[in-house]
Design a protein around this ligand. Structure first.
Ligand SMILES: *Cc1c(COP(=O)(O)O)cnc(C)c1O
Length: 397
């Protein structure tokens, strides 16, 4: 079945992203095959019986597993250094599955307050429907995590860097707290990308991605993935996944496999361009603040150095003129498009206060630093000179 070993580390990252997890059919195709099938047929009744008994390893039904999806999962394992993975329809299916599969009525979750909007819905609204309580803390404050722990705390959840203000959470410190009380730390690693941050190496138990973002990186399909130890996936997620149906479609897995081939190249280029643009923004008078994890003036620059291998493809910055200036800036851009998405080959700009974070109370927004003048920029693959010129003309419009 080809190189099907999640832990294979004999090649360097870029090589693994091109070849890792490939299972060639007897036709010997160069590119990964797309197994667009719901089910599988058996040679005989006893072969079907053996497969259902688990005596034979083959596939049964694409809600459980599919060869193209397996290839994507294996390649993700190789990128993340994880033993096992299950791919999902979207990043939110990954987050919801990773939490719901392991929690029971009466359990408690500690999570960082600065989260992707839908993640806050899962923690603040969905989990309580099942009698699972939570405490939201300032993720930067390790003592706040400590104080929030209760005897019934079973899981912790965070995102770092955060959306949209690119704050960092000390993953190793939170992982240590979680391990002391036998709780499971789940890290949403979307903003860091698998290239710049490896939460499992920092002590987290579970990593989730929205593959919709950098992993596709070309704006085509939604996807997600949950990665962890073989033991955790088997004991917590596998049965939940098979019977509730959040599994990724083979077509999306195929697109995302091709995305992984170029992920390191794209993320490196986009991060390099983002660093250049952050510098340009920092020198503009109409910009009152620039937040970029790769910069020395990031409030947590030291932590960025210890837990991240690179900067980010995203920049947050504040315009002196508030909402009016932010809207005028966005509307004047010619190359950069207005969109709430990120991690794309196309540079995208968002005004979080009126879009992605509009559902938060004003107090919450202020607490999170989402001011009316805050703009989030996802830097794409265009020529950085063109992007710089576009930004300057829009700022001076
Ligand atoms: C986009 C995103 C998600 C949700 O992913 P979908 O694929 O849109 O469901 C979750 N967390 C973060 C940090 C994201 O950026």
């Amino acid at each position: 079945m080809g190189d099907n070993n999640c832990r294979s580390a004999k090649w360097r990252e870029q090589t693994r992203m091109v070849h890792g997890g490939t299972m060639r059919s007897p036709f010997g195709e160069t590119s990964e095959a797309l197994y667009l099938t719901q089910g599988f047929v058996y040679k005989s009744s006893s072969a079907a019986e053996a497969r259902f008994k688990g005596e034979d390893e083959g596939y049964i039904y694409s809600r459980y597993a599919n060869p193209t999806v397996t290839m994507f999962e294996q390649r993700m394992c190789q990128l993340e250094g994880a033993e096992a993975a299950l791919a999902t329809t979207s990043g939110m299916a990954a987050v919801t599955s990773a939490l719901l599969c392991q929690l029971n009525t009466g359990d408690h979750v500690v999570a960082a307050r600065a989260l992707f909007g839908s993640c806050r819905y899962v923690i603040e609204k969905l989990l309580p429907q099942f009698g699972i309580t939570s405490t939201l803390v300032d993720g930067r404050d390790i003592d706040a995590w400590k104080r929030a722990i209760r005897p019934e705390t079973k899981a912790m959840f965070l995102e770092s860097p955060t959306n949209p203000t690119l704050e960092l959470v000390d993953i190793a410190a939170v992982a240590t707290l979680a391990r002391e009380i036998d709780a499971i730390l789940v890290v949403d690693n979307v903003f860091a990308t698998p290239l710049w941050q490896k939460p499992l190496e920092l002590g987290a138990h579970v990593v989730v991605y929205s593959a919709t973002k950098h992993i596709d990186g070309q704006g085509r399909c939604l996807g997600g993935v949950v990665l962890s130890s073989e033991e955790w996936i088997e004991e917590n997620l596998a049965e939940f996944y098979r019977h509730t149906g959040p599994g990724m479609s083979p077509f999306n897995a195929w697109v995302l496999l091709k995305g992984l081939e170029t992920l390191p190249l794209r993320v490196r280029q986009q991060s390099q361009s983002a660093a250049r643009i952050a510098e340009l923004l920092a020198n503009e008078n109409s910009v009152t603040g620039v937040i970029y994890p790769g910069r020395q003036d990031h409030p947590q620059a030291e932590l960025a150095k210890t837990q991240m291998a690179g900067g980010s493809t995203l920049i947050a910055f504040e315009l002196a003129g508030g909402k009016e200036a932010a809207f005028a800036f966005q509307d004047a851009l010619e190359i950069i498009k207005i969109s709430n998405n990120l991690g794309d080959a196309k540079s995208l700009v968002t005004h979080p206060a009126t879009t992605t974070h509009k559902n938060l109370d004003e107090d919450d927004r202020i607490l999170l630093g989402i001011s009316p003048g805050l703009v989030r920029l996802s830097v794409g693959l265009e020529d950085v000179e063109d992007l710089s010129e576009d930004i300057l003309q829009a700022l001076n419009n």
